[in-house]
Design a protein around this ligand. Structure first.
Ligand code: PRP
Ligand code: HPA
Length: 177
């Protein structure tokens, strides 16, 4: 990757951990006495999902679905969401929570909501660590949101630019020189 960028610190590791704990507590309270089926959206959500499930106290299963719409050296969506790999189990009668790293234009979640709701889950909610409402193009809202952020392209904690930076433990703003 060309080094024409720098990273501006944005959300500290400790603040992410605290927020993930809060989200886990909220979800555990809302689903007390029930079971959960969490669906992570790959690749961005895998680190968030791994931390979130360990903060949830109700019995749960985990699955993943893989989609992509930001391709190559760009911070703009292609506008076309491609299903790369589907969930391995039926959703009927399950309390589904779709777990995302970020809602930006909302096109990914809008596509996934339509795709999954027809599979007749018992309930369907969305949990996103980050929400960037200024960029919304589709009418979609997550029930559980970690941080509402401004219109900046962010990386780290699972979020990438052209495949890189997912491994960074904190979230940073990617700025170009
Ligand atoms: O609200 P939107 O504008 O649709 O953007 C959000 C989606 O974009 C990113 O995925 P990406 O297509 O980059 O794939 P990735 O998860 O593999 O990085 C991110 O992980 C979300 O799934
Ligand atoms: O700000 C972002 N960062 C990384 N991936 C993304 N996908 C949509 N928005 C973003």
């Amino acid at each position: 990757m060309k080094e024409n960028y720098y990273l501006e610190p944005f959300i500290k590791k400790e603040d992410i951990q605290k927020k993930v704990k809060e989200l886990g507590k909220m979800i555990s309270e809302d689903y007390r006495g029930e079971e959960l089926f969490l669906v992570g959206v790959l690749k961005g959500s895998w680190i968030f999902m791994a931390d979130l499930v360990r903060e949830i106290e109700v019995p749960l299963e985990v699955s993943f679905i893989s989609v992509s719409s930001y391709v190559g050296e760009t911070t703009k969506t292609s506008g076309v969401v491609r299903l790369l790999c589907d969930i391995d189990k039926p959703l009927s009668n399950k309390n589904v929570i779709l777990v995302e790293d970020i809602v930006d234009t909302g096109l990914t979640l809008s596509y996934l909501k339509k795709l999954l709701e027809v599979r007749k889950p018992k309930s369907f909610k969305i949990c996103a660590l980050l929400d960037k409402p200024e960029r919304r193009m589709a009418d979609i809202k997550a029930e559980y949101v970690g941080f509402t952020i401004p219109d900046e392209f962010v990386v780290g904690y699972g979020l990438d630019y052209n495949g890189y930076f997912r491994n960074l433990p904190e979230i940073s703003i990617l700025r170009f020189k």
